[in-house]
Design a protein around this ligand. Sequence first.
Ligand SMILES: NC(=O)c1ccc[n+]([C@@H]2O[C@H](COP(=O)([O-])OP(=O)(O)OC[C@H]3O[C@@H](n4cnc5c(N)ncnc54)[C@H](O)[C@@H]3O)[C@@H](O)[C@H]2O)c1
Length: 252
Amino acid sequence: MRLKDKVAVITGGSLGIGLAVADRFAREGAIVIISGRGQQALDEAEAHITGQGGRIRTMKVDVQYKQQVDQMIDDIIAEFGRIDIVVNNAGICSPAPFLEITEEDWERHMAINLKGTFLVSQRAAQEMVKTGIHGAFVHMSSVNGLAGEMDQAHYNSSKGGLNLLAMSMAVELAQYGIRVNSLCPGFIATRLTQPLIDQPQAIEAYLKTIPMGRVGQPEDIADAALFLAGDEAKYVTGHCLVVDGGQLIKLS
Ligand SMILES: NC(=O)c1ccc[n+]([C@@H]2O[C@H](COP(=O)([O-])OP(=O)(O)OC[C@H]3O[C@@H](n4cnc5c(N)ncnc54)[C@H](O)[C@@H]3O)[C@@H](O)[C@H]2O)c1
C-alpha cells in the first residue's frame, strides 16, 4: 500500500475526478477526508468507499469561505492529529465569451478555483509545519492553465494562477520538507464535460485534437495524483504534470 495510514484531504471529492482520487487513495491505505457542498453526493461517496473497505470522513464545506475551511482543518486535526496530503480539486467552469463575462462570473471562478485552494493550502500547511509533517499538495489545475481556450478566460486565468501558486508554495515550503505540485488534466469524462460528450458530432471533432484518440477518464487523473502525493515523487516539487493524451503538444 503506497499511502498506508496517510491522512489525505480531497476537496470536491464526492464526484468526478475528486471521487476517483479519493477511491484510489483509500485503496492505497489512506484515510480520506472528502469535502463537498452537496450532502447527498457526500453520502453516496462515503457509501461507495466504505463499501470497498476504505476509511473515509465527509465534510460539508464550501472552499470559498475562510470560516468553513478553517473549521474543516480544525476538525481534521482534532480527530486525526495530522494532515499528510491535500488534493485541491474543487472547481467550477462556466464558459462564456470574453466580451460577455460578468464581474460576478469572474469573481466566482477566482473565489472557488483559486482563493479556495489558497485558503485550504495555507491552513493545512500551517498544521503540517506545526506538526512536522513532510506533506504533499496537489493542485488540480488544467491544460487551460497553460494555454488559452475559447470562452474560458476566467477559468483559464484561475487555473494559470493555480500553477503559479503551486510553484510559489513549493519554493517557500521546501524548507519544511513539504512538496507542492499541480496536475493539468486535459479533457476528462465527468459531469463538467458531459454536455460536450452528449453531442456526437462535436465530440468526434474534438477527439481529432487528442493524439491518443480518446477522452481521459477520472482514473487517469487519480493515478497521476497518487504519483505526485506519494513517496515515488519525493524529489518532485513545483512541477506541473500534464495528463491529456498529448492534446497540448499538437499544433494541428
Ligand atoms: N473534467 C475535465 O475535463 C477537467 C479538466 C481539467 C481540470 N479539471 C478540474 O478538475 C476538478 C474536478 O472537476 P470534475 O470534472 O471532476 O468536475 P465535477 O463538477 O464533477 O466536480 C467538481 C467538484 O468540485 C466541487 N465544488 C465545486 N464548487 C465547490 C465549492 N465552492 N466548494 C467545495 N466544493 C466545490 C463539486 O461539488 C464537485 O465535487 C476541477 O477543479 C476542474 O476544474 C477538470
